[in-house]
Ligand binder design. Sequence first.
Ligand SMILES: [Zn+2]
Length: 376
Amino acid sequence: MLDDIIYLSKKLIKLPSISPLDLGCQKIISKRLKKIGFSIEKFKINNTNNLWAYKGIGKTLTFLGHTDVVPPGNLNDWKTDPFDPIIKDNFLFGRGSSDMKCALSAMIIAVESFLKKFSFFSGRISFLITSDEESFGYDGTKKIIKILKNRNEKIDYCLVGEPTSNLKVGDVIKNGRRGSISAKIIFYGIQGHIAYPNLAKNPIHSALQAIKNFLNLKLDLGNDFFQPSNLQIFYISSGNENITNMIPGSIKIGLNIRYNTEISQKRIVFKIKKILDQCGLKYHINWIFSGKPFITNSGFLLETVKKSIFQINKFFPKLSTSGGTSDGRFFTCMNSDIIELGLVNKTIHQVNECVKISDLYKLSKIYRNILKNLFI
Ligand SMILES: [Zn+2]
């Protein structure tokens, strides 16, 4: 089992599939899945490859993952070639090892091993794999879920293979994620000579009050599963860096809000607009809604994942909703239970990304147990 996981992981890491490219990873995966009786559908949208594969009938578990990786960064900082996977001191090194080609391999080998033992099972196992998770996600999971929803596919359980573990594989799982909203705002004043401020209207001075009010905004208090929603400014510019005698005509700011299940998108928009309306400037606002929050705080999938981890580790995982968004967010419209469980995230997106070899085996065993506990 372990040899198979390493073999497949290495094969995938060797392909430098920098997002949104797949470069043949999904071909390798679909070939393997076809061999064990999966039906395969491929969706190529612009530069993005997507794979939907399924076997069985009934309650559906979807393994969700991605074949794309982030760029390697400075090659001189790597001790090994990022796209030539090497095992050293019981770790497998390579870009995408922990995020998340090895987890994909662990899933596939788990399914192969499960089907070898249980040719009859009551349910449907499926894979949804994209190559557009690390970049914008325009042509990936979001679009495929839309297609699946339009043809009335039902997905009961979604297991995301993103690297959620902290120190040991399975010590932390994500049972929810915060939502994300960004706003790009332009405040308009009146441009003028800096020596004649009475003939101009300085948008920076007025916008500062709005920014102060944004930072004082209490969106909610959080709940048992989520920290309070949080607003951060990520950009301020008047575009007037070098002209010292001019009051600029406008100022742009960017803000991002990570929000929880205590507050709705609509309510956030209302609160932001209220502050803007009070600032006495004309403004234009551009919203970017990146994803709604989700929480799976009970149910069969959560209990099954906890039990399956315990069977291997002899301890239960800690539940967490921290971190950025994941493609799990696109499953909220399917009303699926969503749990994320993957490898240790210590080196993700870093140089010298690596995974512990023994973790690959453990993770695959946990995935296999999940299948057994769900479907047998
Ligand atoms: Zn990832």
